[in-house]
Write a protein that binds this ligand. Structure first.
Ligand code: SF4
Ligand code: SF4
Length: 201
């Protein structure tokens, strides 16, 4: 004979537990719901910890994070309406805390879905000669600190870092000038211009 569902030991145990402890479900939206600690909610940039490297843009499977270089600024944007809360961005962040998934999940809005975003700006370092983007300044400082004394192995990085620390002055080249003198090698240059400076000097 088939035992009625409610009398099955496992279900009976759960029913008694629920009677004593109360139901598992919460009263959301009538009462705020606090998700468990490792819940993956809305990802948020932390501007003080993000260096603007763009690794999160590369690994986002839905294209929810975008990057745009405009003049001397890099704009990073995360769109919550197309994010699937997978956590890839946080797991692959260079600094491990530049973008972090919060526990916020209630993103319903009566406004436009395009308004669900966060943008941050990072200052860019460009080649002294051709103005090609090298990297965000925060990223160069982060790399220089990681390298320690090995920063001397990269002239542009070393010059930029020293200028930041007020140990030297970054010298700019007139735009029409082609790096051709030996002294031009001591400029913040992109890899292409550095090659030219080395070959022509
Ligand atoms: S959680 Fe996933 S989908 Fe959302 S922004 Fe990060 S990588 Fe993209
Ligand atoms: S530091 Fe992290 S959050 Fe910032 S751009 Fe790089 S990967 Fe993205």
């Amino acid at each position: 004979m088939k035992i009625p569902c409610l009398l099955q030991p496992r279900i009976l145990k759960e029913a008694i537990k629920a009677l004593v402890k109360g139901p598992y479900t919460t009263k959301f939206p009538f009462k705020p719901h606090k998700p468990f600690e490792r819940f993956r909610g809305k990802p948020e940039f932390h501007p003080q910890d993000c260096v603007g490297c763009g690794a999160c843009v590369q690994v986002c499977p839905t294209g929810a994070i975008s990057l745009e270089d405009k003049d001397d600024k890099r704009v990073l944007t995360v769109r919550w309406d197309i994010c699937i809360f997978c956590g890839n961005c946080q797991a692959n962040c260079l600094t491990e805390k530049g973008i972090v998934l919060s526990r916020e999940f209630d993103l319903a809005t009566t406004g436009k879905r395009e308004d669900l975003y966060q943008s941050i700006e990072k200052e860019l370092v460009c080649c002294s000669f051709c103005k090609e983007v090298i990297a965000p300044s925060d990223q160069l400082i982060w790399v220089a600190k990681k390298l320690g004394t090995m920063v001397f192995s990269n002239t542009s990085l070393m010059l930029f870092y020293f200028a930041q620390e007020n140990l030297s002055e970054a010298r700019g080249l007139p735009e029409t000038e082609i790096p051709s003198l030996r002294s031009d090698r001591f400029q913040i240059l992109c890899p292409k211009c550095r090659r030219e400076a080395v070959l022509k000097s």
